[in-house]
Ligand binder design. Structure first.
Ligand SMILES: NC(=O)C1=CN([C@@H]2O[C@H](COP(=O)(O)OP(=O)(O)OC[C@H]3O[C@@H](n4cnc5c(N)ncnc54)[C@H](OP(=O)(O)O)[C@@H]3O)[C@@H](O)[C@H]2O)[C@H](O)CC1
Ligand code: K
Length: 504
């Protein structure tokens, strides 16, 4: 690709709005809703647009069939009444089950209910026997407590019916802030939400309960930059990735030092080194002790090997001009020698990728965390996180933010949804991944991708965001049969997928 074309592609991607990746907490969305209404758009107009958006998605997926709408006492129920009216007008067979008829409703929901001309059946009498298409409009952003008793029972009957489920805004019972199920919920095949997705759609059980997520634009007054979190995508960091200049020598493309460990753990650091090289770090060197060198040398191909006698030799090499960033942790070990080697690279002042055993060692000596060079990335899984930040609690989003604040570094908390938080920056949630990534060594590859970007001078937040996305994209491209040994082979596909190409 020519420089001109790649720059044009880059400009095009940069100018694309990041707003599609905004994540807004439900309570914040209620403020945006109120602001939009105060700005001159009546609430009933928003509700009408919300109902219309759901019907458009619904009719795009399912042909005409019996629909059973479960409608709640608030505006989520109001959306349900609009949907019922629109489907009825289109000639669909619609039943609405609700314990809140017009007399029990207020405001826009009452107007929507009255306009439908439909009389509801009580929830207890909802007939699921024909496995109708279920529209879940019981509770959305206003969920205030656990779903219990009769309400939980109706959700259980709905789930048992086998009918497909479309959730309006959020599956009822799913917390839009934290993604946890409060009491009970109903797994949706499709969720249509309004204005922006909510963190709860992605976190914890949210991804599984929300199914295929559609974000409908209903004209809410949502500003760029007011998001509570961002949904990971190349649009968030693509403009911070370097394109290699045509005449660059290998060290100009990023010298990375990967620190190895004992003989029996050699695979992990090799996977990290290989993934970093494929990601584009021009010169990747594995530093190991003489006792382990033959094991590492056996299969590192394009990776350079350097034997170091002790921590002081390692510190000298780490501080040399050839090294732009350092990855340490995979296969490092947790003994005294590993601790000394960690100390040596901490003193080099280069951005660090800290994973696995390095995190375990840091947890034992918390004061060392404060000594991490600025621009480093920590990639704990839940267990490592608990050891390292034992006093930090809350949702994954809250915990990653607090850990980033305490450590002053970018923290990537691995989980069902991975959260990336950099101090003072909006946190990013990554859901690009495949279940096949749950395999030994997969985290070492992630470390390599992130370290590969750090070595190329990419800032820690972008490196972590790109790492999580590319790791997931590689796994999706790989599909079944994935092993960490060969996952690196799909990293070029992930690079192509984000549009990163050379100038040539
Ligand atoms: N800006 C937008 O995104 C728009 C959203 N719309 C829709 O409106 C809902 C939010 O509506 P809201 O009325 O604020 O809240 P809900 O309808 O979700 O629920 C509130 C009522 O539910 C009761 N509640 C809450 N939790 C429970 C529970 N566990 N068990 C029983 N009852 C519960 C609550 O009762 P309280 O006693 O707590 O007051 C309320 O009665 C949003 O999700 C969208 O679907 C607009 O239509 C368009 C703009
Ligand atoms: K709902």
């Amino acid at each position: 690709m020519s420089a001109g074309r790649s720059n044009a592609l880059r400009l095009m991607m940069n100018s694309a709005p990041k707003s599609g990746r905004q994540l807004i907490f439900p309570a914040h969305m209620a403020e945006i809703d109120a602001r939009t209404i105060a700005g001159g758009t009546p609430g009933i107009v928003l509700m009408e647009r919300a109902g219309q958006a759901v019907v458009t998605v619904l009719r795009g997926i399912w042909p005409r069939r019996p629909v059973l709408i479960l409608a709640g006492p608030g505006n989520n129920g109001g959306d349900g009444w609009v949907i019922a009216r629109l489907l009825k007008e289109a000639g669909w067979p619609v039943t609405i089950a609700s314990d809140w008829p017009a007399g029990a409703l207020k405001g826009d929901a009452k107007l929507a209910c009255e306009a439908s001309g439909i009389t509801p059946v009580p929830l207890e009498e909802a007939d699921f026997s024909a496995a109708p298409l279920i529209v879940d409009a019981l509770f959305g952003a206003g969920l205030a407590r656990s779903i219990e008793g009769k309400l939980a029972e109706v959700l259980r009957r709905a789930a048992a019916s086998g009918g497909p489920v479309l959730a309006v805004d959020l599956p009822s019972g799913l917390c839009g802030t934290r993604g946890e199920v409060l009491g009970d919920s109903l797994k949706a095949d499709v969720t249509v939400t309004f204005g922006a997705a909510k963190p709860g759609h992605l976190l914890a059980e949210g991804r599984c309960y929300s199914g295929q997520l559609h974000v409908a634009d209903i004209g809410l007054d949502l500003c760029e930059g007011e998001e509570d979190a961002l949904w990971n995508h190349p649009l968030l960091w693509w403009d911070r990735m370097p394109l290699p200049p045509s005449a660059a020598h290998k060290y100009a493309r990023g010298g990375l030092l990967v620190v190895g460990g004992p003989r029996h753990q050699g695979g992990a650091a090799r996977l990290t080194a290989k993934a970093a090289a494929v990601t584009g770090a021009g010169a990747v060197t594995l530093a190991v002790s003489a006792q382990a060198a033959d094991i590492y040398a056996a299969s590192i191909d394009a990776i350079m090997l350097r034997t170091v006698r002790d921590e002081s030799e390692l510190a000298d090499f780490a501080a040399s001009d050839k090294i732009a960033a350092i990855a340490i942790g995979p296969g490092l070990g947790t003994d005294e020698k590993a601790a000394a080697w960690l100390g040596a690279v901490l003193s080099a002042g280069k951005p660090l990728l800290l994973d696995a055993d390095a995190l375990t060692l840091l947890a034992k000596r918390a004061e060392r965390l404060a000594g991490c060079p600025e621009g480093s990335v920590l990639t704990p899984h839940e267990g490592e996180f608990k050891r390292l930040f034992s006093d930090v609690s809350g949702s994954p989003l809250e915990r990653a933010e607090e850990a980033a604040r305490k450590s002053g570094q970018t923290v990537l908390l691995k989980g069902a949804a991975t959260v990336i938080s950099a101090p003072g920056k909006t946190p990013v949630i990554n859901t690009r991944s495949s279940p096949y990534l749950a395999t030994a060594g997969s985290g070492d590859v992630l470390s390599g991708i992130i370290a590969g970007w750090l070595a190329q001078g990419v800032d820690s937040q972008a490196a972590a965001g790109a790492g999580a996305w590319m790791h997931g994209e590689s796994s999706l491209q790989y599909g079944p049969g994935l092993t960490a040994d060969t996952l690196w082979q799909k990293i070029p596909n992930a690079l192509h997928a984000i549009g990163a190409r050379t100038d040539d």
